[in-house]
Design a protein around this ligand. Structure first.
Ligand code: F6P
Length: 339
């Protein structure tokens, strides 16, 4: 029996991965079982039957048919002991864990304690090491680019500066890619320090050359200048910090220093919702089939990854070794178009 779970924030393409695992496992005569709401389902024995019929029509569906949560066997339980009753109850031989950095870190710990796991890298933030890209990222970039295109015309009509805040907790991939695709006038990312006065000068120079509007893309994880107080961060039910809103602090400071009317749009969860792009459906499907192949051959402690055009297994250890931050070469290209 192959168990499948999706944990952490949802992400377009999760269902395509589930479908890929179930179909490939079926070909090899291996049954699958769905685990509800991430690790929570393993800790509380909440499962759902999964066969080809139940995953037939889910390719283009956003979210995850298995549900997700941030409940964690190490934060909210006692590691492998808190999930073993469910594993034994259903005769689960391998668990395909579809998750981001936190989920994969717990998968690695469970593997070290003896659980046969296979990881699939999931996050719109694209910040997982050892893979060239994660599924969901492409969809998020497209959604953000569409939104910025729309915000650009209204910014121009009203002579405004608009700060568009996108997701990106530790890394500025979405901000950089969506900023590049939409021709943003500045992009703030966690990896690159910036000076607010220099940003204001840049906007002023742009307006001096006859452009009376500007778009600044802000990654939610970008640092605030030291002279501005940060937002009071709230935590969700699992203690996970809720980011979002840094632009609401930056905007009045930019308006005060530049004299330009400055507005904010925080894109938030719209970036994670809805149907995945064709690229993400394909990547997610390839990841799902490759993860099933590893389960069928009982190769565990691994994560499927995209390297160049190939899907390859990498160690979970490597995948969890660091956050994959924005490539400086990408930022240099984005920066070329500032101002
Ligand atoms: O999965 C990563 C992410 O999209 C981050 O960029 C963001 O900070 C976080 O999820 C928000 O998740 P939620 O609000 O669902 O807890």
């Amino acid at each position: 029996m192959i168990g499948i779970l999706t944990a952490g924030g949802d992400c377009p393409g999760l269902n395509a991965v589930i479908r890929g695992v179930v179909y490939r496992a079926h070909q090899a005569g291996r049954p699958c079982i769905g685990i509800r709401d991430g690790w929570k389902g393993l800790m509380e024995n909440i499962t759902v039957a999964l066969d080809r019929d139940s995953v037939d029509d889910i390719m283009g569906l956003g979210g995850t048919i298995l549900g997700t949560s941030r409940k964690d066997p190490y934060v909210h339980g006692d590691g492998i002991a808190s999930i073993m009753p469910t594993i034994e109850d259903h005769g689960i031989e391998q668990v395909v864990v579809i998750g981001g950095e936190g989920t994969l870190a717990s998968a690695l710990k469970l593997f070290d304690e003896g659980l046969p796991v296979i990881g699939v890298p999931k996050t719109i933030d694209n910040d997982i090491a050892a893979t060239d890209v994660t599924f969901g990222f492409h969809t998020a970039v497209q959604i953000a680019t569409d939104a910025i295109d729309r915000l650009t015309t209204t910014a121009e009509s009203h002579n405004r500066v608009i700060l568009v805040e996108v997701m990106g907790r530790h890394a500025g991939w979405i901000a950089a890619y969506a900023g590049m695709a939409s021709g943003a006038d500045a992009v703030l990312v966690p990896e690159v320090p910036y000076d607010l006065d220099e940003l204001v000068d840049l906007l002023a120079r742009r307006h001096e050359r006859g452009k009376n509007y500007s778009i600044v893309v802000v990654a939610e994880g970008a640092a605030l200048p030291s002279d501005l107080d940060g937002p009071t961060l709230q935590r969700d039910a699992y203690g996970f910090e809720r980011l979002g809103g840094i632009s609401n602090i930056l905007a009045p400071a930019i308006e005060a220093r530049s004299g330009f009317e400055t507005r904010v749009t925080v894109l938030g969860h719209v970036q994670r919702g809805g149907t995945p792009t064709a690229y993400d459906r394909i990547l997610a499907t390839r990841f799902g089939v490759a993860a099933a192949d590893l389960a069928i051959t009982n190769q565990t402690g691994l994560m499927v990854a995209l390297r160049g055009d190939s899907i390859v297994p990498v160690s979970l250890e490597e995948a969890c070794s660091r956050v994959r931050q924005l490539d400086p070469d990408i930022y240099r290209v984005v920066e070329t178009f500032f101002g």
